[in-house]
Design a protein around this ligand. Sequence first.
Ligand code: ADP
Ligand code: MG
Length: 277
Amino acid sequence: KTGTLTRGRPSVTDVLPAGVDRLTLLGVAAGVEKNSQHPLAEAIVQEAKASGAVIQEAADFNTIAGKGVLARVLGEEVLVGNRTLLRERGVPLGDSTEDALARLEEDGKTAVLVSAGGALAGVIAIADTVKESTPAAIAALREMGMKVVMITGDNSRTAASIARLVGIDRVIAEVLPGDKAEEVKRLQDAGEVVAFVGDGINDAPALARADVGIAIGSGTDVAMESGEIVLIRDDLLDAAAAIQLARKVMSRIRQNIFWAFAYNAALIPLAAGLLYP
Ligand code: ADP
Ligand code: MG
């Protein structure tokens, strides 16, 4: 998933206010996001602080998994999240907004939409950089004969852009947190043996469902509990190394069993007195 391919330190790249000024947009969005633990939330709060925006107080904070967050700020309901969140709550997005979102997403950025009182207040774009070792890790997995698939809650265009950067050609995007395990099952039903690499709370069911769950050590505790393999470092190359190690151990076990049986097959008749007469 995206978070295992990138550094995990996203930062704000563009702020596009709509009908309010930049600092107001950041202050209101950060007021809601300061209650969230999501990496996108941290990036927005960071940017608000760095720009000197007044971070507003928020009440009735709520998280909608895989979609975003909302709260009451300055007496109005403020939504901060993706298209689905705003669409579900009846906030209209014009064609020009859709165009702006598409442009940001083609660049691999995540566009976070902000609305207040039912109207769009702006878009905050956030980007993370790919970990240096990720393309090499994907290439190594391929060389070992594996198919690499990216499963993510992120927007399809953003996901496709990151996948292109790291050399992954199959992407299953916009998967809600609860549906990741279902996607793993679908691959298994198609006859695949699945190893799932994940780090988040949302990944625990998929880690448990996969034939092998590989949890990243810097991730959440529940991910580490659910994985069969826990990587100590935060590096996808170690996932490839873990699989190589497992294959080597299995081939050693097979060799040892072969020689143990061969030896016994040859010598038990001798021990039983074959040459005695
Ligand atoms: P995943 O487990 O796939 O990483 P996420 O928790 O990142 O799932 O949610 C998927 C999408 O939901 C994000 O890409 C983002 O658009 C939106 N989202 C989730 N939480 C927030 C938040 N706190 N602020 C803004 N957007 C959010
Ligand atoms: Mg995410």
